[in-house]
Design a binder for this molecule. Structure first.
Ligand SMILES: [Mg+2]
Length: 405
């Protein structure tokens, strides 16, 4: 099963922020020059999710005006408005008709820099209803704490300073959660999660990462520089054929893909280490008339689904369909996009907030190394074998995270 949907709770009142949120939903407050919610939307899009459902309440008109019908990357956005405050779980019940069998659920006013897809591999088992992301290392007495036993949440503890992790507000949810919401208003945190924990129906995965709750004035102030800093990161640019999958000549259909050993695991490792991961691939088969751009795109969509099952994703697939000797006229040309040109790398650098210092390319051919050199980044030539082993030997596991404290 592939997870395609994310549901985001944006209906809260934001009383702790005073007049700032009188006529504005908290998630739309400006942070580093853009609405806070935009950072969450970018996260969902880069994880390869396709549909975002915003559950709006307080000042819902603003949410509709800013977001209804928008498309960001491959993510299309819809808004559902509750007519009276229903609570976080009530809002979910109100949206029942629009929910997938499994979906991500996030708070719209907090942010946790975490690989959401790490929650997905647990879908192989059916012995849980919700899988919670837990943030480790968050100090202070203003958060409730979560006690776990192995990978299961055993109970929720009151607000206190503690070594225990906190609920980070990112969940993978099975639709059967709706059976637990009998009457509204109903709060997820107070009415739904504690009984599920006592029944052993909650999994928890703890990780470290930037955690921000903009409902808290201190954190709102901190977010102004922490959020833009979070999105600036180095990137791993991966050639596709010969690095991610075997280069079996013009592969363009899922059944032709033979994954390189350790490729999905290497991508997951790079995701967890905080790199952007991009595929940059010459696809001259388009210019030669062997297949079309639609084939390339649908293959990449399929690969993203396979990666998701391993808890991994590629932030963006960039491909070059051109070739100077192509037979399809509109693709017959010399292009800086085609490796050894650096065009694809430089395009991604411009479109994403890539820090080139610490970025690198992995490819199996000289043209990949030439593209890396022309873009001013390191190139690692992959001789075959296991990609995870190769990546671990050459890439520092911990990159500096400028937004952590
Ligand atoms: Mg190659």
């Amino acid at each position: 099963m592939t997870v395609r949907q994310v549901v985001c709770l944006v209906g809260g009142l934001g009383t702790r922020l005073g007049p700032l949120t009188r006529n504005m939903p908290k998630p739309l407050l400006e942070v580093g020059g853009r609405p806070f919610l935009d950072y969450l939307i970018d996260e969902a899009a880069r994880f390869g999710l396709q549909r975002l459902l915003l559950l709006a309440g307080h000042s819902a008109g603003e949410v509709v005006r800013h977001y209804a019908g928008r498309v960001v990357g491959g993510l299309s956005i819809d808004v559902i408005v509750e007519q009276s405050p229903l609570g976080t779980a009530g809002a979910l019940a109100n949206a029942a008709a629009a929910l997938d069998p499994v979906f991500f659920l996030t708070n719209g006013d907090s942010f946790f820099g975490f690989n959401w897809l790490a929650l997905v591999p647990a879908l192989e088992r059916d012995d849980w209803t919700m899988h919670l992301a837990l943030a480790r290392g968050v100090g202070g007495g203003r958060y409730g704490r979560v006690e776990t036993r192995e990978d299961r949440v055993s109970r929720f503890l009151p607000k206190a300073e503690s070594e225990l992790p906190i609920n980070a507000g990112i969940y993978l949810v099975r639709r059967r959660i709706l059976d637990r919401i009998q009457s509204v208003p109903c709060s997820l945190e107070n009415d739904v999660l504690p009984p599920l924990a006592s029944e052993g129906q909650l999994l928890g995965l703890a990780a470290e990462g930037t955690f921000i709750d903009i409902g808290v004035p201190d954190d709102f102030a901190r977010s102004q520089h922490a959020m833009p800093a979070f999105t600036r990161r180095p990137a791993a640019f991966l050639d596709r054929d010969g690095v991610i999958n075997h280069d079996d000549n013009y592969v363009h259909r899922p059944e032709q893909i033979r994954w390189i050993d350790g490729a999905r695991e290497a991508i997951r490792w790079l995701n967890d280490a905080g790199y952007y991961v991009f595929a940059v691939t010459n696809q001259a088969g388009v210019a030669r008339g062997y297949y079309g751009e639609d084939d390339v795109k649908s293959l990449h969509g399929w690969m993203q689904g396979e990666l998701q099952r391993a808890g991994a994703h590629i932030d963006c697939f960039e491909y070059c369909p051109y070739h100077p000797e192509g037979v399809v006229e509109r693709y017959r040309r010399v292009s800086e996009m085609r490796k050894p040109g650096p065009g694809m790398i430089l395009k991604l650098q411009k479109e994403w907030n890539v820090e080139m210092d610490g970025s690198f390319m992995i490819g199996d051919r000289d043209i990949d190394m030439q593209a890396a050199a022309a873009a001013g980044i390191a190139g690692h030539q992959f001789p075959g074998g296991n990609l995870l082993d190769f990546v671990r030997m050459r890439v520092p596991a911990k990159r500096r995270n400028p937004s952590s404290r």
